[in-house]
Design a protein around this ligand. Structure first.
Ligand code: FAD
Ligand code: PL3
Length: 581
């Protein structure tokens, strides 16, 4: 039976920027006549960030004497040209017998907004209208059964299917990389319901096309939370998180996505794979790990049973300053070597600390705090050198008793490592602004610069050497070319045997306005990560972006195992081909 979707539902792809990041109503722009950068959000109109433009000019754009930002606007949507969709009348005829016409889209807007993810390369190509292989059709399924029908039909007609969650990946994971076969992008976001919540077993069964805010809002009605909060939370889906092995801010307490996933259904061209529900089993291979991180190459995940926990009665986030990155890392390592771990520990290196201060609104708590008197105190009494200061945000969630206990223990270690408490207001600001940073990327692209990121998991022993070496190598690479460039880093997820180290790097766009500078930078950063034995990615996945390193990262034996598995589950290679290896 064909079911209409609620009339008031607006498909997500229509509500987010086609050529940038996030909500169409949220963006950075320059205020005239003051020339300051401001952020406009659905809640507030134009809030000035007075420190940001001077910071960019000083650190980057002004590196060659420039005193104003240059404008490099995006192409207008109407000026983009793409090839018409390929014709496949028999396949479409079978689909139309099963799907409503509103579930099948092949208009230019739908096709362009399902071509890429949100990496720098994706945004740059969209902004210049360089769209080579847009999918021929977008299908918006409503149920597991519809996905089964779609996959069977695609397999019959040798049609490529690419699962599309929020499209927030930055590794090329949803992009069609050939136009040899008819290609369908399967937009999962109408599969957005919580099917049940079991408060006794603390699990919930969820359709995986649900976006982060909808998921947590609906779970909260039952008094529970999943606690997965990546930076892309607002625009990414549960299915995408499972398929990319994602990690959220509070992973230190609630785990990464693989720790939360109990079982799920995956529709493959050779049938649906199900997993058992239950607390744990030691009965052979843990098959869920075959699908986690498979990035749509083995099939489409439709429904998942996930662990949840009661909404924490207490959530307290604090800001601390450390005299240097080494002090902060030392404190972190001491905390991690005990059995009392905060919910979140983020440490910004000195450069990202300065960016963080520079991008605050005019009367933020930080600005007040950094008054001359306090600065003097830290400098003269505590011997802080402000070129090296690092900001840290440390959060505790749970019962009051457990939070108080953890705080006493952790604050003691922080004090022994010369940390200075800024109280809860930086934590509050972090909570309010934590999804804003990617909007700066669009502003940077609008002004003849580019920005990219690299992240890894690195051992404690290699953390500081990798941090120093990668930053130095990046700076030297651009210095040798006479191009202004800037790099910063933070630590965002911690484990007993290492941390996630995350770099952000920015430079001027080159005269040819093409991709060489960031392809070179990405290569340089990933080679250094490999040299220090880091993970090829802690949480961004592989897509095609990281494929060139896969042979070095995973042994040949495992690549053969994956290939055989793929041939078995997907003999016609219709599921997201040429990704992962
Ligand atoms: P998509 O981008 O749509 O797809 C990603 C991959 O999963 C593709 O291969 C796709 O085919 C596959 N896929 C999607 N849905 C399904 C499904 N139902 N079944 C099978 N395969 C499927 N990642 C983190 O982990 N932590 C972060 O903090 C984080 N922050 C980010 C911040 C920004 C600004 C951006 C742009 C990205 C960030 N990412 C982060 C990366 C990205 O958000 C994650 O990889 C996320 O898990 C992707 O989810 P999605 O729903 O957008 O998936
Ligand atoms: C994936 O985890 C995230 C992908 C986008 C991150 C964008 C970060 C943008 C930061 C912009 C900083 C510009 C500062 C300029 C300084 C000279």
């Amino acid at each position: 039976e064909k079911k209409d979707f609620p009339k008031e539902f607006v498909d997500s792809y229509k509500q987010i920027k086609w050529n940038g990041w996030g909500d169409t109503r949220k963006f950075l722009h320059t205020l005239s006549p003051s020339g300051q950068i401001a952020i406009t959000t659905p809640k507030k109109s134009a809030e000035p960030l007075p420190g940001l433009k001077p910071f960019i000019l000083k650190e980057l754009a002004g590196g060659n004497g420039q005193s104003e930002l240059e404008d490099t606007p995006s192409i207008e949507f109407d000026n983009i040209q793409i090839d018409p969709p390929k014709s496949n009348p028999e396949f479409l005829k079978e689909l139309k017998a099963f799907f409503l016409s509103d579930q099948l889209k092949d208009d230019k807007f739908a096709r362009i907004t399902h071509t890429f993810g949100k990496s720098i390369r994706d945004l740059v190509r969209t902004r210049i209208g360089q769209i080579k292989y847009a999918p021929d059709l977008i299908v918006l399924p409503h149920s597991h059964e519809e996905v089964e029908k779609l996959v069977q039909t695609a397999n019959k007609f040798n049609v490529v299917i690419i699962p599309y969650g929020g499209g927030s990946n930055i590794v090329g994971a949803v992009e069609p990389i050939s136009n040899e076969r008819f290609t369908v992008s399967v937009d999962m976001r109408r599969m957005n319901k919580i099917l049940w919540v079991d408060r006794r077993e603390m699990t919930a069964c969820i359709q995986v096309g649900i976006l982060g805010p909808d998921l947590e809002r609906e779970l909260a009605k039952s008094g529970v939370s999943m606690g997965h909060d990546p930076d892309s939370f607002e625009f990414s889906t549960l299915g995408g998180w499972l398929a990319t092995c994602s990690s959220g801010h509070q992973s230190d307490k609630y785990g990464d996505i693989e720790d939360m996933a109990v079982s799920f259904k995956t529709v493959t061209p050779t049938g649906t794979l199900e997993l058992r529900n239950g607390a744990r089993a030691g009965a052979g291979i843990n098959y869920k790990h075959i699908i986690l991180g498979s990035e749509g190459t083995l099939g489409i995940i439709t429904e998942a049973i996930m662990k949840v926990h009661p909404l924490p009665p207490v959530a307290e986030y604090y800001g601390f300053l450390f005299p240097s990155f080494a002090h902060a890392v030392s404190a972190l390592e001491q905390i991690r070597s005990t059995d009392i771990i905060p919910t979140m520990i983020r440490i910004y290196d000195p450069d990202e600390t300065r960016l963080s201060f520079a991008s605050k609104p005019s009367k933020g708590a930080f600005t007040e705090f950094m008054s001359a008197a306090v600065k003097k105190y830290l400098h003269y009494i505590r011997s802080y050198d402000f070129n090296n200061v690092c900001l840290s945000i440390i959060g505790f969630e749970g019962s009051k008793k457990s939070v108080d206990f953890a705080k006493a223990h952790v604050f003691d270690i922080l004090a022994k490592n010369s940390a200075f408490s800024l109280g809860t207001s930086p934590g509050k600001t972090w909570g309010e602004k934590r999804y804003d940073l990617p909007y700066i990327r669009d502003f940077v692209l609008d002004h003849n610069m580019w920005v990219d990121v690299a992240e890894t998991t690195v051992s404690w022993a290699n953390l500081i050497p990798l941090w120093k070496d990668a930053k130095a190598a990046f700076k030297e690479h651009f210095r040798a070319q006479g191009v202004p460039a800037w790099i910063c880093a933070h630590i965002s997820h911690t484990y007993s045997n290492g941390v996630c180290l995350y770099f952000i790097f920015v430079s001027k766009q080159n005269a040819e306005k093409e991709m060489t500078p960031y392809i070179q930078a990405k290569r340089l950063m990933t080679d250094i990560v490999m040299k220090y034995g880091g993970a090829l990615s802690h949480h961004h996945g592989v897509g095609y972006e990281h494929v060139p390193w896969m042979n070095r990262y995973v042994s040949n034996g495992w690549i053969t195992v994956y290939r055989k598995l793929k041939e078995t589950l997907d003999p016609n290679n219709i599921c997201n081909p040429r990704k992962l290896i």
